[in-house]
Design a protein around this ligand. Structure first.
Ligand code: NAP
Length: 324
């Protein structure tokens, strides 16, 4: 049995989808479905069991899981960078991960957890997944702190040669629909282009950067999944790894790719970035993925244009936009 926490969420459900594609169905999803749309992410998938996140943690804590898992892919977290309740974030993201990691280590279960590129803060130190730089990072929001706290805990306890932490960059693609404001700019742009023929992007508030030239490492979810599963296939590879495409692309490029796929003329409107995020806004992120490559990950990675075309043509423009 492979446990996928956050398995009804965006990346987690895409991981379950790919495990199904590879013929694997002994999967336990752990999540919290609530009243949102994310149950739809599970509708097309084959899983063997489902547990609520709190019940699962209690069972693991009491050594009372129905089966001993082969691996735990811990994607579950409050993923909202705008979450203001820091106590909730520390309990739900940091403490939860700590308890689960301890269970996995005590029971010799492969443990792969989601960290985040948000832990790099303003990028002053670059985006290298070098363990020696970890303690110098300065996360810019509460969510990032909750992820960073576990990276540091794992470092200080000597766990980083036994478990894997994945620093996802900006992942986009099918099954992100429940994420509201946290869904990718690609999904938002698709809706705007289709409904109004126009995409709205933040203005730049820095003189050295033109409007729309802010850059991100955008990663298609199918690549994020393959990279994550690489660590399941290679149990001897451990540590913290960047999970990105390795090339920063601008929001203008993104808009162009959406218009091109929809066969619409380019029409971008720039608007003021909300004042409260201006001082925390990242103008540039780019994953250094040399460590992932050196560890043996060889698959080609979708370019932004390829990812956008696959996402729109094979999902968003079809009757059922979900994976499966
Ligand atoms: N998408 C990205 O670009 C990106 C970038 C960097 C890092 N990440 C990380 O990658 C992971 C997956 O992100 P995502 O985009 O797929 O987010 P998502 O769609 O919000 O999925 C996460 C799921 O986990 C659930 N959850 C929350 N806390 C949990 C816990 N303690 N145990 C089990 N399930 C829990 C969430 O439910 P509720 O919150 O509703 O309870 C949600 O359904 C997260 O850890 C996120 O922080 C994602």
């Amino acid at each position: 049995m492979i446990v996928v926490t956050g398995g009804a969420g965006f990346i987690g459900s895409a991981i379950v989808w790919e495990l199904n594609n590879r013929g694997y169905h002994e999967i336990m999803v752990v999540d919290r479905l609530g009243t949102e749309k994310k149950w739809r992410n599970l509708r097309n998938l084959e899983i063997a069991d489902y547990w609520d996140k709190q019940e699962f943690l209690a069972m693991a804590g009491n050594d009372d899981l129905p089966v001993k898992p082969e691996a735990i892919l811990h994607l579950g977290a409050c993923s909202a960078t705008t979450q203001e309740d820091a106590d909730y974030l520390m309990r739900n993201n940091y403490q939860y991960t700590k308890y689960l990691a301890r269970y996995a280590l005590e029971h010799d279960v492969r443990f792969i957890y989601a960290s985040s590129a948000a832990t790099y803060g303003d990028g002053e130190l670059g985006y290298r997944d070098d363990h020696n730089l970890l303690s110098q990072l300065r996360p810019l929001n509460k969510y990032a702190l909750s992820k960073y706290a576990f990276d540091l805990h794992a470092l200080h306890n000597g766990w980083l040669d036994k478990i894997v932490g994945l620093k996802y960059f900006n992942v986009y693609g099918p099954n992100e629909y429940h994420k509201g404001e946290m869904r990718s700019v690609i999904h938002k742009s698709f809706g705007q282009a289709q409904n109004n023929g126009k995409i709205r992007l933040f203005k730049s508030h820095r003189e050295d950067c033109a409007h729309g030239e802010q850059k991100r490492d955008f990663l298609y979810v199918k690549d994020a999944v393959n990279m994550s599963l690489f660590f399941l296939e290679n149990p001897d590879v451990n540590g913290i790894f960047n999970i990105g495409c390795g090339e920063a692309r601008s929001f203008n490029h993104l808009a162009r790719a959406v218009f091109k796929t929809l066969d619409l003329p380019e029409n971008v409107e720039y608007f003021d970035m909300p004042a409260d995020i201006r001082d925390r806004y990242q103008y540039f992120t780019e994953a250094d993925i040399s460590k992932l490559r050196e560890a043996g990950y060889e698959k080609e990675i979708h370019t932004l244009e390829e990812g956008v075309a696959d996402y729109l043509n094979n999902y968003l423009l079809t009757d059922d936009p979900h994976l499966g």
